[in-house]
Design a protein around this ligand. Structure first.
Ligand code: MLT
Length: 321
């Protein structure tokens, strides 16, 4: 098949796909480049960092299938995908494992001053007395958005001896019961989660309802001395308001893997604050997870080809060929 890989996926898998298919790679290409390279493609594989607009897809008359090599779909025009009847397959599970573990990486880095300790000791400062911290054990872990990633994070929190609480968009008593049984997370409303959490982790998709969801009004409701961790999408947390909440000392710290402005050359407005840990959207970048995503891409394409050839055989039979 003719594939366009528009984001970096597991490199050995790119090589394997090249052996079986006609592959064009244009990682993180801008719209004008995508419009060119997609022209004769049948399958588009992408992650975050590229914008898959209706205009881009319209340039590809043979396009049949989009594979989102991960979870979020805020960067693709799904109305167009539906309207044109294109196939759209996401691969959320492997990345969810990596993102939920990363939440703990950020919580620990913040609570135990790991990044500051590293920075100081590299410069010869033995800051043992200053760099005290807090246990995660027995603290309240709040999850905004108990989907795939959020429930995994809650489960890990439970294993860590934390009290996990969380909220979902449409809570119902049976859903609450199931979440408690399966993930040991207690569902409550958004404001309660915000007010009770020592660590507030954001795991919602980005859409018109979640844009700027975590702003000044939310920071004011958070416990003094609590921490914020954002592994969802840039724009869900208002960085200007977060900066104020950190500078005022109301929040003890923030771990931000996703940012309002991402990509080479951008600098976060929080970059000068010591109580912030910043990473470049690497939540899902675990080797194991990317390898698993690569395997799934391979399977999806094989299944797609098998189905297409089955349909062609059926059509030929019906036509009496
Ligand atoms: C995702 O949505 O799966 C993650 O943001 C990882 C990515 O695609 O870059």
């Amino acid at each position: 098949m003719r594939l366009l890989i528009a984001s970096s996926i597991h490199p050995p898998k790119v090589e394997a796909l090249k052996k079986e298919h006609d592959v064009v790679c244009a990682f993180n290409a801008k719209e004008d480049v995508l419009k060119e390279v997609i022209k004769d493609r049948e399958v588009l594989i992408f992650r975050s960092g590229v914008q898959i607009t209706a205009e881009v897809m319209a340039c590809a008359p043979d396009l049949k299938l989009l594979i989102r090599a991960g979870s979020g779909f805020d960067n693709v025009d799904l109305d167009y995908v539906k309207e044109r009847g294109l196939g759209f397959i996401r691969i959320p599970e492997p990345g969810a494992k990596a993102v939920s573990e990363m939440a703990f990486g950020l919580m620990l880095a913040l609570s135990r001053n790991i990044v500051n300790g590293d920075k100081l000791w590299r410069a010869g400062r033995w800051a043992k007395k200053e760099l005290t911290g807090y246990l995660l054990t027995k603290k309240t872990l709040g999850i905004i958005g108990c989907g795939n990633i959020g429930t995994r994070t809650a489960k890990l929190g439970d294993a860590w001896g934390m009290r996990a609480i969380g909220c979902v968009e449409n809570p119902t008593p049976p859903r609450g019961k199931e979440m408690m049984e399966k993930s040991h997370v207690e569902l409550m409303d958004f404001d309660q989660v915000v007010a009770q959490s020592d660590y507030l982790c954001i795991h919602v998709p980005k859409n018109e309802k979640t844009l700027n969801l975590i702003d000044k009004s939310v920071f004011e409701k958070m416990k003094k001395g609590s921490y914020l961790v954002n592994l969802a999408r840039g724009g869900v947390v208002n960085e200007t308001d977060l900066r104020e909440a950190l500078l005022s000392g109301h929040l003890a710290g923030a771990g931000m893997d996703v940012h309002e402005k991402e990509g080479e050359g951008n600098i976060s407005p929080l970059a000068d604050l010591d109580n912030v840990v910043l990473t470049p959207h690497i939540g899902a970048q675990a080797y194991d997870s990317q390898e698993e995503i690569g395997d799934r891409i391979h399977e999806i394409i094989n299944d797609f080809m098998a189905k297409a050839s089955e349909e062609a055989t059926t059509e030929a039979t019906v036509a009496g060929v």
